[in-house]
Design a protein around this ligand. Structure first.
Ligand SMILES: *Cc1c(COP(=O)(O)O)cnc(C)c1O
Length: 394
């Protein structure tokens, strides 16, 4: 593209803005699984939709441009994207994985890859010395997720990529929490960026999808071959939903992020809240790195109540957020990591990582911040009164 538009404009004005066949201003959904070929020795660009489909291809080109990579790939879920990218590894390889990685990725690494002779070490990736120490002669991959789930720890993507390069290893970054609007890992040295497009990119809690974007052609060819071999491709209806979601990404992100900042500030002052985790808070240990490598602090925060009992009372009182797994949607979503996203992790591992039974994660949606704060406040007040009454009874 000759002229470089701002990201907001790029979200709308890409090569798929107008359908060349009809002038339609929405990418057509091509349902065909197979494509007619003109002769026995001349095959067209499309032959079979697992290998390439025009609707999926449009999404793949859009995400590649937004992330600044050479090629994008759309998968049937975030885990399909992540698992397929892991298939770039071979038996005998070793991976260094950030320790508070998404629960499904933890399960993939510890219960699936291990059976294929792929070793792993979990490290706190905010500690670069620990990352260096975890590297072995057979380390082929450093896997980061930043800000991490659910404790919002920030990994220095540039530093991790440099360590990886020094040891001829690849760097993958799960960019689900930030999206390319707020963070572009390929520009910071990563080789592959991964997404659960189920979250902010589609943004409406109505589709499950995954994306991968690759920085160089050689790696792109290998990942394409794996996408086609493994076959966990995204369906065309879902590809269309993700493309529609992407058009409003920046306005959704801006609004949710601003509310998240206000809510984090409010929570910080509440006596019933033990800890607040949000990279936009000044007391966040890596707020400086976040500022350097990202254009914002996102719309997800976590906070800790005293224990599981107080937490369940809070959940009963709070009215606006849906209580559910997932994040990154127009409606606020409150989740319970210990019982939801990180249920696949053994209790002692969760506790060692600080994912306590009193921890809640809030993905801030598009409701007004004032309403959300008032709702949280009334819930805290109610459980506060309850706590006092209990004292009196004793
Ligand atoms: C949800 C999520 C995934 C998994 O994506 P699915 O679309 O649910 O398969 C991976 N990483 C992060 C950070 C997530 O939040």
């Amino acid at each position: 593209m000759s002229q470089r538009y701002t990201f907001e404009t790029q979200l709308l004005h890409n090569k798929h803005k107008v359908d060349p066949a009809t002038g339609g201003v929405s990418v057509p959904i091509q349902h065909a699984s197979t494509f007619h070929q003109v002769s026995a020795d001349e095959f067209g660009k499309y032959d079979y939709s697992r290998s390439l489909n025009p609707t999926r291809e449009a999404l793949e080109e859009i995400i590649a441009e937004l992330e600044g990579g050479v090629r994008g790939f759309a998968f049937s879920s975030g885990m399909a994207a992540i698992s397929t990218a892991f298939l770039l590894l071979s038996q005998g390889d070793h991976v260094v994985v950030t320790e508070d990685v998404y629960g499904g990725t933890y399960r993939m690494v510890t219960q699936v890859l291990n059976r294929f002779g792929i070793e792993h070490t979990f490290v706190d990736m905010t500690d670069l010395e620990a990352v260096e120490e975890a590297i072995r002669p057979n380390t082929a991959l450093l896997y980061a997720e930043t800000p991490s789930n659910p404790l919002l720890k920030v990994t220095d993507i540039r530093a991790i990529s440099e360590i990886a390069k020094k040891h001829s290893a690849l760097t993958f970054v799960d960019n689900t929490f930030m999206t390319p609007y707020l963070q572009r890992p390929l520009d910071l040295g990563a080789d592959i960026v991964l997404h659960s497009a189920t979250k902010f990119l589609s943004g409406h809690s109505d589709t499950v999808a995954g994306l991968a974007v690759v920085k160089d052609e050689e790696l792109a060819k290998r990942l394409y071959s794996l996408q086609n071999s493994f076959g966990a491709v995204l369906g065309v209806q879902d590809a269309w939903l993700v493309m529609r979601g992407i058009k409003t990404l920046s306005v959704r992100m801006n609004q949710s992020q601003e509310s998240a900042r206000k809510i984090a500030g409010f929570l910080l002052k509440q006596p019933l809240i033990k800890n607040v985790y949000y990279p936009g808070l000044l007391n966040h240990p890596q707020s400086g790195i976040q500022k350097q490598q990202a254009y914002g602090t996102g719309a997800v925060l976590s906070f800790e109540l005293e224990n599981a009992e107080v937490l369940s009372r809070f959940i009963e009182q709070v009215k606006l957020p849906v209580f559910a797994v997932s994040l990154g949607a127009v409606e606020s979503i409150l989740s319970y990591p210990a019982k939801m996203s990180h249920a696949a992790m053994p209790q002692h591992e969760r506790e060692r990582r600080g994912i306590s039974e009193g921890l809640l994660r809030l993905s801030v949606g598009l409701e007004s911040a004032e309403d959300l704060i008032a709702d949280i406040e009334q819930a805290l007040n109610t459980i506060g009164i309850f706590a006092v009454k209990k004292e009196e009874v004793r």
